[in-house]
Design a protein around this ligand. Structure first.
Ligand code: KG4
Ligand code: ZN
Length: 338
């Protein structure tokens, strides 16, 4: 069987990305990260859409060039359908529809969260089915039971904020620029993870909650800075290390519980927060203790990228799952929803 050559586009949040996959191998993964949001302390949807508009043609062009692939070689155009920011998704989906019409090749609509999970099939070793994937990003915190490439269900998720959002909001409180998750990770390397304790609320089943802890961190900082205005500067590394340690403990405890109760030892992590060094280290250590086979994506496939959309599209193409040109982007698309 001839495997397809697909151009994939990702524009769900603040990264404009394009990737080409051929015979199941990623040939390019071009990512333009938008810098305009830094000064606003978070993604400004209107600005994100405008940046996608500006970047999409050069990013697609660079992806094809790097792959040494022509438009005429493409068997399909894939694009992220959702979840994400509606205005951002509209740029990618409209572009993909236009290109598919011009080239007379089919369209493939990809769920962004499924793509994060399927990033595990870009490079070996691949997890075997069924596996559990802790998918942690700026908008989501989920434990996904993955039964096959295109068959997965969410068995636990956050009841309020995502862990990536909790990292970014904490960073903002500490005066760090957006997105702060990576900076907290870096500063935490020199800090003591046991320096400060934060209360954790009990959440049922495999669900999570990060809004309580976010408020607890806010009160903790307010109380301490009222007594010592230099508290944050003097304790920055310890605060970052303690916050990060608490978040990682919250994630790992639910992952451990799900693995034990479902008797699954194939364990993966995915999404932007899976770039976190303590989370990566802790999953490996926990895996050694409980005899898990642990799968951690390469850093370039953790945060948003089109290669993960391309690999998801590859499996959808093989299954004959094409989108109608009238499909609409869906800002709140859930896993398992078409
Ligand atoms: O998957 P992603 O790129 O975008 C969404 O789909 O949301 O995830 C972005 C999130 C941001 O909240 C960012 O701060 C967080 O991933 N992040 C990290 C690290 N690198 C990115 N959080 C903690 N530690 C990191 N090293
Ligand atoms: Zn993402």
């Amino acid at each position: 069987m001839k495997y397809p050559t697909i151009l994939a586009i990702e524009s769900s949040c603040d990264e404009t990305s394009a990737s080409v996959i051929q015979n199941g191998k990623i040939l390019s993964n071009i990512i333009a990260t938008q810098q305009v949001h830094q000064q606003w302390g978070g993604v400004v949807p209107e600005l994100a859409s405008r940046e996608h508009q500006k970047n999409i043609v050069p990013v697609v062009d660079a992806s094809l060039k790097q792959s040494k692939v022509q438009f005429s070689d493409l068997d399909a155009i894939a694009v992220t359908k959702g979840p994400g920011l509606l205005g951002s998704l509209l740029v990618g989906t409209t572009f993909a529809k236009g290109l598919s019409l011009a080239l007379r090749v089919p369209l493939i609509a990809v769920n962004h969260m499924e793509a994060h999970v399927l990033a595990h099939f870009i490079e070996e070793p691949y997890p075997s089915f069924p596996f559990l994937c802790l998918t942690v990003s700026g908008g989501h915190t989920q434990i996904v039971l993955v039964e096959d490439y295109l068959q997965m269900k969410v068995i636990g998720q956050t009841q309020d904020d995502a862990v990536g959002e909790a990292f970014d909001k904490t960073a903002k409180l500490l005066g760090l620029p957006y997105p702060g998750g990576m900076l907290i990770d870096r500063l935490a390397q020199k800090g003591n993870p046991e320096a400060f304790q934060f209360p954790q609320v009990a959440v049922p089943n495999y669900d999570f909650s990060f809004s309580g802890i976010k408020t607890a961190i806010l009160y903790f900082l307010q109380k301490n800075t009222s007594q010592n205005p230099n508290f944050v500067q003097e304790n920055l590394a310890d605060i970052c290390a303690s916050v990060q340690h608490t978040f990682v403990k919250m994630l790992i405890s639910k992952l451990k519980r799900a693995a034990k109760e479902l008797q699954i030892r194939e364990i993966a992590i995915a999404g932007g927060v899976s770039a976190n060094s303590e989370l990566r280290k802790t999953v490996i250590q926990t895996g050694e203790k409980y005899n898990w086979n642990v799968y951690i994506p390469d850093l370039q496939y953790c945060t948003d990228n089109a290669a993960m959309v391309a690999i998801a599209a590859h499996y959808k193409y093989l299954a004959g799952l094409f989108a109608d040109s009238t499909f609409s982007p869906d800002a709140s698309l859930a896993i398992g929803q078409e």
